[in-house]
Ligand binder design. Structure first.
Ligand SMILES: [Zn+2]
Length: 122
């Protein structure tokens, strides 16, 4: 909401409400004919994709190896327990995946925070 103009936000809401209505009226999913009818009825643009800004994810999943961190994925939410996680086809990475807040990762990558000071979550 903070990153987009009101018309973009309103169009996104119409897009999503059209999904709900398509489901309720016809058990229809996706951006097919039923969804298009609903979104047009709501005054929205019948497009599957939009142009909008999304916030950066707060959490980064990182691989901790050789006293270094490598970003694997960005996440808006942190899963509770990733101790058993590993990278596909790389059994040696089991137990080496952590979450770190983006701000801490940035501080670490700029040399302002050591790995022992950083809060890593599994
Ligand atoms: Zn959609």
């Amino acid at each position: 909401m903070e990153l987009n103009e009101p018309d973009v936000i309103l169009d996104t809401l119409k897009h999503e409400v059209a999904h709900a209505l398509a489901w309720e009226s016809d058990r229809s999913v996706g951006h097919g004919k039923i969804w298009k009818q609903w979104v047009i009825k709501l005054g929205g643009a019948p497009r599957a994709t939009g142009r909008f800004e999304v916030p950066k994810a707060k959490w980064l999943m990182v691989l901790k190896q050789d006293n270094s961190l490598q970003v694997i994925a960005e996440r808006h939410r942190r899963q509770r327990n990733i101790r058993q996680f590993l990278l596909r086809g790389q059994p040696a990475t089991k137990g080496k995946l952590y979450y770190i807040e983006r701000a801490q990762f940035d501080a670490w990558s700029q040399g302002k925070l050591s790995l022992t000071e950083a809060e890593l979550w599994q």
